[in-house]
Design a protein around this ligand. Structure first.
Ligand SMILES: Nc1ncnc2c1ncn2[C@@H]1O[C@H](COP(=O)(O)OP(=O)(O)O)[C@@H](O)[C@H]1O
Ligand SMILES: [Mg+2]
Length: 232
């Protein structure tokens, strides 16, 4: 049984259809990457899984349970945590307060303040600082740490690399194995094809709201990926 199964789901903003008949399955322990260009529907897909946007038609199952009707906070309780695009840390709170909010009434498990600080030592050094003064990379680390505080079974990462320098991106991505090793399944979305291929067990591509390609990185040719990504 898959940890996450999306079957034939579509999604709309008013009359505008952003996702068409999406089907995908993510296995427990897997690192799954969804690539696609700007506007392809990646964030919409994660919002739909997290319950911020309804899925129309089809359905979403988490660990075998239909979750379509559950509001976001109920999905969080089951272990679905979203790190949204643009990080969205609470700027008026300290780093540590941001983390504690992530764990408030959260699930118990491997992750707590100490383990998140081990994963991102920079956050420990800045624990009492306002989140507003963090660099983009540090804010991204904080957003990931905050989500981990809920001990998610499925971590949804929306464009970790957006707007960050390559060395910072690498540092963040280098933490993914440790997150996976703690038992968290990771679904990342990325515009950055190389980054996604480098970390993912399996990858799929979105093109104008439709899945245009899926497979293991080693099975996919550059040409097939370019065609699926750019629609050429
Ligand atoms: N809040 C919104 N209202 C209306 N249309 C939206 C909204 N958010 C995104 N869209 C549209 O939905 C499509 C998919 O957007 P999005 O999921 O953000 O793409 P991506 O994350 O791949 O860049 C785009 O055409 C975008 O303009
Ligand atoms: Mg997006």
């Amino acid at each position: 049984m898959s940890l996450l199964e999306v079957r034939g789901a579509s999604s709309f903003y008013g009359d505008f259809q952003a996702l068409y008949d999406i089907s995908l399955a993510v296995q427990e322990g897997e690192r799954f990457a969804m690539i696609g260009s700007n506007g392809a529907g990646k964030s919409t897909l994660l919002r739909m899984i997290a319950g911020l946007l309804p899925a129309r038609g089809g359905g979403i199952r988490f660990d075998g349970q239909a979750i379509d009707a559950l509001p976001t906070h109920e999905r969080v309780k089951l272990g679905v945590s979203l790190v949204p695009e643009g990080r969205r840390v609470f700027p008026s709170l300290s780093v540590e307060e941001n983390l504690l909010i992530g764990g408030y009434r959260g699930r118990r498990g491997h992750w707590g303040l100490g383990r998140v600080y081990e994963l991102f030592p920079l956050l420990k050094e800045r624990a009492r600082r306002s989140a507003a003064v963090l660099s983009g990379g540090e804010q991204q680390a904080l957003a990931i740490g905050r989500a981990l505080m809920n001990n998610p079974r499925l971590l949804l990462l929306d464009e970790v690399s957006l707007g960050l320098a390559p060395v910072v991106i690498r540092e963040l991505y280098d933490r993914l194995p440790a997150i996976a090793a703690a038992g968290t399944t990771v679904l990342i979305v990325e515009q950055n094809i190389d980054q996604a291929l480098g970390v993912a067990d399996r990858v799929a591509c979105l093109l104008e709201g439709r899945i245009s390609l899926a497979g293991r990185p080693a099975e996919l040719t550059r040409e097939a990926i370019a065609a699926a990504y750019f629609g050429i």
